[in-house]
Design a protein around this ligand. Structure first.
Ligand SMILES: Cc1ncc(COP(=O)(O)O)c(C=O)c1O
Length: 397
């Protein structure tokens, strides 16, 4: 059944929609008033009843949030850990892999998030291991066949950023998964830009780890992220550190939890997780299919309108595209463009090399402007953004 989104109502329930024309949903989206209330009301309960006591009363809701996170991606609740950021989640899983040794190889997609890449590069350097980039198809997506040809018994990990931070590409995560599954190699997916934007089914993709931040297309609060670890894979991981939640003290030392909470600590931001829980419920009740359809339609429209402006170049790769629209305007640096639009209360982002170093360098790009579309955006907002970009492009010409 096709669900229709009541955009007017959803915007009315999002205080930020009345303040600015927000096109930075891939940086951080606008939370709904339900998410805001879930956070602030819990902070109030903490101040009134004591944080530990308020947390005990909220335990059922945290379980629900975990079940909703699992439900969003086709996982089991025991396969979900909450973390503070996508990068922290990724780093926890990576640090729990068997140590690299000299000659080991890690194969990465060209659009890998810069933070993940730095983490891998530092570990590889210490061990004398190598990071290698998987070639891309003609449309810029990671080439699964090329990956298959690179596999040997020294490959310890395949890492893919599914939807890159620097544009509209959607990699074929399942095609990569078929290769890693056949080879029995751990497969990590950075789904920062996918959660809440695209339907996700971890079994169909065949990944061992997948993570994403709550604040982006899910519209949760900052400071909360979701880490999925496949049940059978989870057992092979050794957390870099433990605490009184992830392990209990036994006669022979720590007994480490067997579920994904072996990657959590007992101290956690309950208010933020309740906010994330509210955001997850909202995304699931709207339906990610319906969200995806609207984002695809709006971002296609935005891409088309921007492309028609003299002086504007679109930089999105891929055949099927996400809601991230990357572009440059002749004569205006992306950061300056961002600043000029911000004066009009239109928010976009400007990304340099550090977020996606391999891809930016391979394409000779130093910086791009990025307008990211949510289902909350409207065609009027797209017109407003494009009219302002057109005016700035004319001035710069
Ligand atoms: C693809 C991708 N990975 C990772 C991150 C970083 O996530 P976090 O800031 O939650 O660590 C981002 C943030 O924009 C991203 O786009």
């Amino acid at each position: 059944m096709t669900r229709t989104l009541d955009i007017e109502q959803l915007r009315a329930q999002t205080p930020g929609c009345a303040i600015s024309t927000h096109f930075n949903h891939s940086g951080s989206s606008l939370p709904s008033d339900t998410v805001l209330a879930a956070v602030t009301e819990h902070l109030q309960r903490e101040s009134l009843y004591g944080p530990m006591e308020a947390a005990a009363n909220a335990a059922g809701l945290i379980d629900e949030a975990r079940a909703d996170a699992a439900g969003l991606i086709g996982a089991a609740p025991a396969e979900i850990a909450f973390s503070s950021s996508g990068s922290a989640a990724w780093g926890l899983a990576f640090a729990a892999l068997p140590p690299l040794v000299e000659g080991d190889r890690i194969l990465v997609g060209r659009q890998e998030w810069g933070g993940n890449l730095s983490t891998m590069q530092a570990a590889a350097k210490r061990a004398g291991a190598r990071i290698e980039t998987i070639p891309v198809n003609e449309d810029g997506s990671v080439d699964a066949n090329a990956l298959a040809a690179m596999i040997d018994d020294r490959v310890r990990l395949v890492a893919l950023t599914w939807l890159p931070a620097n544009g509209g590409l959607i990699n074929d995560a399942a095609a990569i998964g078929r290769v890693t599954r056949a080879a029995g190699i751990p497969y990590f997916i950075d789904a920062a830009q996918a959660l809440g934007q695209l339907p996700v089914d971890v079994s169909a993709i065949g990944c061992d780890m997948l993570k994403g931040s709550g604040r982006k297309f899910l519209r949760g609060p900052r400071g909360a992220a979701i880490l999925y670890l496949r049940k059978a894979f989870l057992k092979t991981l050794e957390p870099a550190y433990l605490d009184v939640l992830s392990s209990t003290w036994g006669e022979d030392g720590p007994n480490v939890r067997t579920d994904a909470q072996r990657f959590e600590t007992s101290e956690k931001p309950i208010a933020l997780l309740l906010g994330l829980g509210a955001a997850l419920k909202q995304a699931r009740s709207l339906g990610v299919d319906a969200i995806r359809r609207r984002i695809r339609e709006l971002s296609g429209q935005l891409r088309g309108q921007l492309a028609a402006i003299p002086g504007v170049a679109i930089h999105d790769l891929g055949t099927e595209k996400s809601g991230l629209v990357s572009f440059t305007v002749a004569g205006i640096a992306p950061q300056a463009l961002r600043g000029k639009l911000a004066e009009k209360r239109i928010t976009i982002a400007a990304n340099g090399i550090p977020y996606t170093p391999l891809d930016m360098m391979a394409r000779g790009l130093n910086e791009i402007a990025r307008a990211s579309v949510s289902y909350l955006n409207t065609t009027d907002e797209i017109d407003r953004l494009c009219d302002n970009v057109a005016a700035l492009a004319r001035q710069a010409a």
